[in-house]
Design a protein around this ligand. Sequence first.
Ligand SMILES: [Zn+2]
Length: 310
Amino acid sequence: MNFVEEYPDESSCRAKWKSIRDKQGVVCPKCKSTEHYWKKDKESYECKKCGCRQSLRSNTVMHGSNLSFRYWFIAIHLLTSTKKSFSASELQRQLGHKRYEPIWLLLHKLRSVMGKRDGQYELSGIIELDEGFFTTEIPEEEKKKPLKRGRGSQRKSKVLVMAESTPVKDDETPKGGKPRKVNHIKMLVIPDLMAETITPLVEENVSCESMIDSDDSTSYIELKDVVKEHNPQVIKKENVGKILPWVHIAISNAKRQFLNIYHQMDSLHLQNYLNEFCYKFNRRYLGENLFDRLMIASVSYKNQFRCNGG
Ligand SMILES: [Zn+2]
């Protein structure tokens, strides 16, 4: 797609945004009716039932934003055409925008839409499950406390990682290839490693017909109650890559990518960076369609992103 040719100005972006909204269906925030008039002079939809008006941006990812449509389009284009990612300061430089904050917000809103879209997907089949520990900035309220070491450190954010991962038959494994094939993955920031935290999250994100492979940690003691089969096993450190290959490939790729792109990651926004990583990973074979997919997700979800991590 030649982005510059297709979206040369604000009006071409607006027209495209409207056509996607019309296709997805506009819903009245008051009465939930889906029948609207388009008021061209006001650039807004008017509900046929109750007369409630909403702008082209209302109830989408652009809700409440003053940035141009073209900025949003450029950001969506870059987010879906780059294999890795880029920082808000990089995008700010590309756009030539004066202030950093609105651009930072725009990217986080898009990442939160990615998370909402993937949140609807339920993992199924055989699933690898483990935790990852990501280095993040120490939250303000923790700064005064003494620094703990290792995995309990305030510098480490805990992430529950799950990967749909089907074993490949021995004679079908390509030479040097992986013993398992991966499909979708999920990465979810968790406050602690308690079974009460992990079990409901797994229940919410994984089909009850699934089989889960994990180590024998007490955090996973209740998983057998929410899925068809749970196979906890004692895993020696050197065998993790063999038994749970894809969760560990995903964790180390995400860590390497974040380290290269972002100066410092705030633990409150780690989930958004993970959203983007998983969104791209899960759609790695879609190629050019990714732009349209993210556009559809962007008109479908109202921005509810809050600076304090909500
Ligand atoms: Zn209405």
